[in-house]
Design a protein around this ligand. Structure first.
Ligand code: SAH
Length: 244
């Protein structure tokens, strides 16, 4: 596999305001190469991703994760990524912003095992991997109402994401949810759900990065008050009887 990242990907990093110095470009290149290498080699025995083309990993996993950056402040913050899978979007974001405190929450043990392995390879600190379910951790005092930022990509419909994600958010914190495709109905329901869990939609940002300009957007929700203690309900209830 290539020892280098593609020129396209490097240009996209620049477009995002990343890799502005030679040192930063070298640091990011090395980290993303290691991440891709480990992802694709583990994927041969552990089901982590359907994407196996090296350039597609850069675009559809790394860049797509980094496309959340324009919706996020650069300052120090705490972020939890729910249903992170092989680390998306939380791990590329941590690589781009090493000063953030990132928690990766994932229900499948073979995926958290991969995450712990790749984090060690990347020598990252201030990053925690949790093998567990969002609807359980959201009720634990140490996690509830604590995070500046909650993210989740490709985990479930908006109503479920909001019900399970908003309880992690501190007041004034944000849920940053990437979405693609026709969202009209889901978004109307999502807005009603948000009201029930103390959040409100504040921005709907289109993704304009070359290569990802196919109707992707980043929905930004602000937590205005804490979610009622009854939320989140069980996963079955959230998905079968969604709020909104
Ligand atoms: N966010 C990753 C993975 C998406 S697949 C990406 O975009 O590539 C959805 C992931 O969410 C799966 O790995 C699944 O195990 C995890 N998941 C589903 N329900 C969950 C829950 N209730 N709590 C934690 N993780 C969950």
């Amino acid at each position: 596999m290539s020892e280098y990242l593609s020129l396209t990907f490097l240009k996209e990093l620049h477009q995002l305001g990343l890799a502005q110095t030679v040192e930063e470009e070298a640091r990011l290149s090395q980290a993303f190469l290691i991440y891709r290498q480990e992802l694709l080699s583990w994927n041969e025995h552990t089901n982590l991703t359907a994407i196996t083309d090296p350039e597609e990993v850069l675009q559809k996993h790394f860049l797509d994760s980094l496309s959340l950056l324009p919706a996020l402040p650069d300052a120090e913050l705490t972020l939890i990524d729910i249903g992170t899978g092989a680390g998306f979007p939380g791990l590329p974001l941590k690589i781009a912003r090493p000063h953030w405190q990132v928690t990766l929450l994932e229900a499948t043990g073979k995926k958290t095992k991969f995450l712990s392995h790749v984090i060690e390879k990347l020598h990252l600190s201030e990053i925690t991997v949790i093998h567990g379910r969002a609807e359980e951790y959201a009720h634990k005092e140490a996690y509830r109402g604590k995070y500046d930022i909650v993210t989740a990509r490709a985990v479930s419909a908006l109503a479920t994401l909001l019900e399970s994600g908003a309880p992690f958010c501190r007041i004034g914190g944000r849920l940053i949810l990437p979405k693609k495709g026709d969202l009209a109905l889901e978004l109307e329901q999502g807005k009603r759900t948000a009201g029930q869990v103390g959040a409100r939609l504040i921005t709907d940002l289109p993704v304009t990065l070359q290569g990802l300009a196919d109707g992707r957007r980043i929905l930004v929700w602000e937590q205005q008050k804490l979610s009622p203690a009854t939320y989140p309900r069980s996963w079955a209830n959230m998905t079968k009887k969604p709020l909104g």
